[in-house]
Design a protein around this ligand. Structure first.
Ligand SMILES: Cc1ncc(COP(=O)(O)O)c(C=O)c1O
Length: 388
């Protein structure tokens, strides 16, 4: 198949679209003077107690390859952390450390998707997930969430109807980027029952599980799944502990899947960075006050942004219960990419276009409110003329 590149390359990779969020951000960075709310990233650096643990590990000579699935101390710390948070105990054998949730998603796609297979995903959705399925020659089948006055919900019948004999997994990202939608425990039960009957995997991306405003942790498939259920639960240190640059995450899987993850880790990364793994142990051990403070800060930010945007006549928005995004509709906007680019010049605020999250996202813009109240206030002032 001809590609747009002047050299041979797998068409599945050549055809994967580049990021529309990056497109807006690159333009905005060239312009300068923009308030950047386009990426999904905490606005504060990693707390000092975590940095010190990494420095200590370096000074102690922890600079060698580790076991593929991670150092045993971190795997045990993760098992204990999850056991403390969820309804069921999670043991060491279920835990594999990865170099981020992104790495975990790619490893899962490599392990489960063959050419011609498909994965059923809810949409709008962070685009990299569908791209991993495409890279493997699979079809990402998007099932749209329903929206009612800015609030999002999932019709399970439509989700299940999208599954066929080539479906290898159902991908559920809850709490969801970009909408903030959270799947209820009842719906998780229904999805698990369905997946059991059909013998397919559930891949649960729960990287925002601790960024919730009404409870300690979002409902998780780990609350309901048995040890051997075909559930791969992905998580990350990026969001909860402000460690996006460290590239550290983990997968909770049935024990029998461990050897697959071990192999795939070897061929992708060998292991997550050793000093990051040691820092991860300390993040889990001492990080709870930091998470609570950070979430309290985000909650104030969310309320400010929600109140101000809700008062703008062209905007349709509901207050999200989780994650650090508002994903709002703009009346009369039918090309969110062009709109987001124009906003850079007009309002000097950088937002992510809804179309970056799949066709269901068109008509919307995503704003990341992990920023100071001053920055967000200024952004709202700047946005008001364009959205009123
Ligand atoms: C839904 C979702 N999954 C996974 C990731 C990736 O996280 P990590 O930094 O661990 O790769 C992100 C990052 O924005 C995300 O929004």
């Amino acid at each position: 198949m001809p590609t747009k590149y002047p050299f041979p390359v797998r068409p599945a990779i050549a055809d994967v679209a580049s990021s529309q969020i990056r497109e807006v951000a690159t333009l905005g960075m060239e312009m300068g003077g923009i308030i950047p709310l386009w990426f999904g990233e905490p606005n504060v650096p990693t707390p000092a107690f975590i940095n010190q643990a990494a420095t200590q590990a370096l000074n102690d000579g922890k600079t060698f390859y580790t076991l593929n699935r991670g150092i045993p101390e971190l795997r045990q710390a993760l098992a204990d952390y999850m056991t403390g948070l969820h309804e069921r105990p999670i043991d060491f054998e279920r835990v594999t450390v990865t170099a981020s949730a992104m790495n975990a998603i790619m490893i899962v796609a490599q392990s489960l998707i063959d050419v011609g297979d498909n994965a059923v995903l809810t949409a709008p959705l962070w685009p990299n997930i569908a791209s991993c399925v495409q890279v493997m020659g699979g079809e990402p089948r998007q099932v749209a969430l329903d929206e009612h006055e800015g609030r999002w919900s999932l019709d399970l019948d439509r989700l299940f109807a999208a599954v066929d004999h080539r479906t290898r997994f159902l991908f559920v990202n809850s709490p969801n980027n970009p909408t903030g939608w959270m799947m209820s425990t009842d719906d998780q039960r229904a999805v698990l029952d369905f997946a059991r009957r059909r013998g397919i995997w559930i891949v649960a991306d729960e990287v925002y599980d601790r960024i919730v405003y009404s409870r300690r942790c979002a409902p998780s498939f780990l609350d309901i799944a048995e040890r051997d259920d075909l559930v791969l639960r992905l998580n990350s240190f990026s969001k909860s502990w402000c460690m996006t640059g460290w590239r550290l995450g983990w997968i909770a899987a049935p024990p029998a899947f461990g050897p697959i993850l071990e192999k795939m880790s070897e061929f992708n990364i060998a292991n997550a960075a050793s000093m990051a793994q040691y820092a991860g142990i300390v993040a889990l051990r001492d990080g709870e006050p930091f998470i609570s403070e950070t979430v309290a800060r985000y909650e104030q930010a969310r309320d400010l942004v929600f109140q101000r945007l809700a008062a703008m006549p062209r905007v349709t928005i509901a207050r999200p219960d989780a994650a650090f995004y508002v994903f709002f509709g703009v009346e009369g906007m039918n090309n969110s990419l062009e709109f987001a680019k124009n906003l850079l010049g007009k309002s000097r605020v950088g937002l992510a276009p809804g179309s970056a999250f799949g066709p269901r996202g068109e008509g919307h813009l995503r704003l990341c409110f992990a920023a100071t109240l001053e920055t967000l206030s200024e952004a709202m002032e700047r946005l008001a003329p364009a959205l009123s």
